[in-house]
Design a protein around this ligand. Structure first.
Ligand SMILES: [Zn+2]
Length: 347
């Protein structure tokens, strides 16, 4: 475990500088504060960030679950994302180097294993799990089967038990003790039907979970790509300075949200054009060319055919988004365990 680095408090100034440098350009990694896996920085007074390992291009880099942020209030701590059980223990150890206050709440930004399966660890610490109602429902209904599937691949899951959401909210849930304020908001069906972001208005930091990532980490299997674009627009309305994504490095907010939005908008436009020209999915996939995306992520957009296939299915009416978790009746949610299990085992 590396020592906690202080001194990222000047993030706002740094971001202002980055925005000037980045205007109209792809993000240059060297301009982002250098962080290694497990590094912890204090982004703003009482707001800590732990960077998780992940690479879209170098598969030798182990997947360390999701990024985590924690906010130290006067008497307690709020953690953003539960991570996997093993990584939750690592994050807990990192938190204990910054504060000995009790951890009272953890937000699941969505129900996927790398963001929610560590709930069991946080609950043992005495924390209540908070999540959007759809996240809560997805963990409760499909959760047990998906947990058992994921347990085949991960010892930390096999040796723990699924813990679901304690406090479910519809639109938003606010925690404010006069010293810190964090607002959890549901901005619509984006990465999943139960996405939530954490907005820290005092620090202008937005923690997005996987509704905005920095790199080729978008898994779209349970997404609504049209609604996702709208959710990204809603993120901009907070006027954040910094985005802490679910995966990848924190970034200047407008720049990163813009890139993430462009990926879905351009993919949707390219697929729509291909469908109108009578092209098959394979032809559309081969023809997709987004040099800017490769500049951003290091990966060709066409090399993520499952995302293109998902948009193709959406635009040809083959996906009922209600079956992806947005239905109000738990019994009407369709089966999608295969995709979700892939998600748990992978990213
Ligand atoms: Zn994730």
């Amino acid at each position: 475990m590396r020592a906690v680095k202080k001194g990222w408090i000047g993030m706002a100034g740094l971001v202002g500088c980055l925005l000037a440098v980045w205007a109209g350009q792809a993000i240059q990694e060297k301009q982002i504060p250098a962080m290694k896996f497990n590094d912890v920085v204090e982004m703003a007074p009482g707001v800590f960030f732990r960077y998780s390992s992940i690479s879209a291009t170098d598969m030798s880099i182990p997947f360390g679950g999701c990024n985590n942020t924690w906010i130290v209030f006067k008497d307690f701590v709020v953690v953003i994302d539960a991570n996997f059980p093993k990584e939750a223990e690592d994050v807990l150890a990192a938190i204990r180097k910054t504060t000995d206050k009790p951890i009272r709440f953890v937000l699941d930004t969505h129900h996927h294993g790398d963001h929610a399966y560590g709930n069991t660890v946080w609950a043992r610490e005495g924390a209540k799990v908070v999540g959007h109602v759809n996240c809560s429902r997805l963990l409760a209904t499909n959760g047990p089967r998906q947990w058992d599937e994921a347990a085949k691949d991960r010892k930390d899951i096999a040796s723990n038990k699924l813990k679901t959401v304690d406090i479910a909210f519809d639109d938003s849930h606010v925690i404010d003790d006069g010293t810190q304020r964090v607002e959890f908001h549901h901005l619509g069906h984006a990465h999943t039907a139960g996405d939530a972001v954490a907005w820290l208005p005092r620090h202008r930091i937005l923690c997005t979970g996987d509704a905005c990532v920095n790199g080729a980490f978008n898994y779209m299997g349970q997404s609504n790509s049209a609604s996702w674009v709208n959710a990204l627009d809603r993120m901009l309305k907070f006027d954040p300075e910094v985005v802490v994504p679910g995966h990848g490095k924190p970034s200047a907010a407008r720049q990163l949200i813009g890139l993430q939005r462009r990926y879905f908008a351009d993919t949707r436009a390219a697929v729509k054009k291909g469908i109108e020209a009578g092209q098959k999915l394979e032809e559309i996939t081969t023809a997709i060319d987004m040099p800017w995306y490769k500049e951003w992520t290091g990966k060709d957009a066409a090399k993520i055919p499952e995302n293109i296939a998902h948009v193709f299915k959406e635009l040809t009416g083959k996906i009922d988004h209600k079956t992806l978790g947005s239905a109000s009746q738990p019994g009407t949610m369709g089966p999608y365990s295969t995709e979700s299990v892939t998600r748990v085992a992978g990213r």
